[in-house]
Design a protein around this ligand. Sequence first.
Ligand code: GLV
Ligand code: MN
Ligand code: MN
Length: 410
Amino acid sequence: MSFAALWESLLPIGRDGSSGGYRRFSWTPEDAACRAWFTRAAAERDLRVLTDRNGNLWAWWDPPGDAVPQAGAKAVVTGSHLDSVPDGGAFDGPLGVVSAFAAVDVLRERGHAPVRPLGIAAFSEEEGARFGVACLGSRLLSGAIDPGTARALPDAAGVTLAEAMAAAGHDPEGIGPDGDLLAAVGAYVELHVEQGRALANLDAAIGIGEQIWPHGRWRLDFTGRPDHAGTATLADRRDPMLPFAAAVLAARQAAAAHGALATVGRVIAEPGAVNAVSARVSAWLDARGPDELVLRAVVDQVLTAAREAAASHHVELEAGPESVTPAVCFDPGLRERLASSLAARGIQAPVLPTGAGHDAGVLAARIPTAMLFVRNPTGVSHSPAEHAEPADCASGVQALAAVLEDLAWG
Ligand code: GLV
Ligand code: MN
Ligand code: MN
């Protein structure tokens, strides 16, 4: 099977030698190498490649010209993303793209072309690791973010999305909703490594996505007054680190109290002197909950605690959302079709909710979407330790091929 060769060829791109994790950020040289890998994999399979206006990649297996496509036959699309979080694992995103090409190989070996166009997509900036907004490529495509707002998004060095795209040879003026492209897609099925241990606990290699918890990111900027660590009295200080610390603790307490999740995984203290009170601390809160009321309650509790702590330390606080994704329930009809395709081949696939965000979740607002999960024995993800066994990856390819066969040939 082609999976191993494809996997091995992608593996070195963007891997950091010291951490063993991946740094594949959008519109960087590593991203360009991933794009070249995608284009090569598509060319080897005679698939037609295009980059859409928003920088998402598509590889198309078109029905043969002499076949009569079913009237109005909409495309079936699978795929995922190739970008990573800082020091992310090898599987989050790439497993879905590599499995998509490998599933095409399985279907090609069966010797017949699809009745509907079959597409493989790799969405840009899914992790939001460079420009702060998760699923940016699919948000732009589906009209979930204003293109002007997106163009102005800065990375950590102050380079905007528009500048980064232009430097990589992509015209930023064209970004925005693409109704024609979306209208041509009848279903999107994303295969993804599971980011939890549910399948391991259930002793199942493959799962089907049910829903995604509502989730989002909020940025908190605490501004104080820089001062000397050895001479400024405690009473005189306006130290932004203290309300920041209160916010981190409040996040943990609010999540525990509400049965939710809240994380502060990124913080920047400026100017960063060991022997000085900071001038400013910027922190990012990631919060997720089983429903929108719970999510709102968690975020309100954290922001209230942050405001109160900031006031008591005479520190200014500016806080606001960077990206928020509502609850997603995957299309029940499509989910049933996946379940029956798998059951017909003897594949037992439990139905699972997830707290992780995906392009399939963003696209669910516009087109029927579904997800397949592949067992992750430890559940660890967004980490170099993320893993899936080769046998489970092979099961994932077979499951995806089964689903695509029923959708694109049926
Ligand atoms: C994406 O992986 C997310 O859930 O943040
Ligand atoms: Mn991820
Ligand atoms: Mn992912």
